[in-house]
Design a protein around this ligand. Structure first.
Ligand SMILES: [Zn+2]
Length: 292
């Protein structure tokens, strides 16, 4: 078949898909979980790909976490899959598939999918920020991702409040503690006195619930603080916002923009980048193809 394969390794599922004749489709989905063991899962992924395609053209793998780009894509730390630390998933898959396998973090593969689809411009410096459980970042310059010495774009772990909320990375006051999913839930429970999921908070805000609107106002402030820091650091052409929380941007854009305008002189050029359940695997397939 000679397809470009893409693998999205998530905390609940692995999605395996491929691009054939310019069309992407998911071929198989495997369950994962906190006890998911990397070697057996990677072997299973390779078996599925080989079963469908005896001579794959290329393959890419995306997953949340800290990926050592300089070391060839070793997964150093995975927040959802604790057994996947210091795993060279690319080398393991290459042994089975006999093609180079590119491994990168979920935000970078999402960016490559968006560049390949023409959603992120091929010219100029752009920043992609994903707002979800964590806050991901990707620096895109003239259609290429900038890695620096290996880990560039970890904006979620820049400090926005010294002595603030402890973070999974070992630091405290990281931006993702204030602009991630748990932060939104916290702002809501603080004003409403009860818990709700981001989906419920969004629905409530759409219905005019003042406590949900207030939670988003606070959430937007922190999004704006982080974006202003990045605008002052990079002077990008603009930002793309993706991730699970981005769909509710209409609820937090005003306070984010207000905070942003207070803290930098750059124009507010922030666009929503539509996410889909298959965007990760598609981006991984595009990334693998670009490297082959
Ligand atoms: Zn952190």
């Amino acid at each position: 078949m000679k397809a470009s394969w893409g693998i999205d390794v998530g905390g609940s599922f692995v999605k395996i898909g491929c691009i054939v004749n310019g069309v992407f489709e998911i071929v198989e989905t495997l369950p994962t979980g906190p006890n998911c063991e990397p070697l057996s899962v990677l072997r299973k992924i390779a078996e599925i790909i080989k079963r469908e395609d005896s001579s794959p053209l290329s393959a890419g793998l995306g997953t949340a976490g800290l990926i050592d780009h300089k070391a060839g894509g070793i997964i150093r730390f995975s927040p959802n899959l604790p057994l996947w630390s210091d795993i060279n998933a690319g080398v393991i898959l290459e042994k089975y598939l006999e093609v180079p396998v590119t491994v990168d973090n979920d935000c970078n593969v999402f960016a490559v999918g968006a560049i390949s689809s023409g959603l992120i411009p091929n010219k100029g410096l752009w920043l992609l920020i994903t707002l979800g459980t964590g806050v991901g970042g990707t620096i895109i310059n003239d259609g290429s991702i900038l890695y620096g010495s290996g880990y560039a774009g970890e904006f979620g772990h820049t400090t926005v409040k010294e002595g603030g909320i402890p973070c999974v990375c070992g630091s405290d006051g990281c931006w993702e503690r204030y602009a991630g999913k748990n932060a939104l839930k916290w702002y809501y429970s603080r004003v409403a006195g009860l818990k709700a999921s981001p989906r419920e908070i969004s629905r409530l805000a759409s219905e005019g619930n003042t406590q949900a609107i207030e939670a988003y106002r606070e959430y937007g402030r922190w999004v704006g603080i982080g974006l202003a820091n990045l605008a002052n650091s990079f002077s990008p052409e603009g930002f793309f916002i993706g991730g699970g929380l981005s769909a509710a941007m209409k609820h937090f854009e005003a306070s984010a923009r207000e905070e942003f305008n207070k803290r930098c002189k750059h124009p507010w050029n922030v666009s929503l980048l539509e996410d889909s359940p298959t965007a990760g695997a598609f981006g991984a397939a595009c990334m693998g193809f670009r490297q082959c």
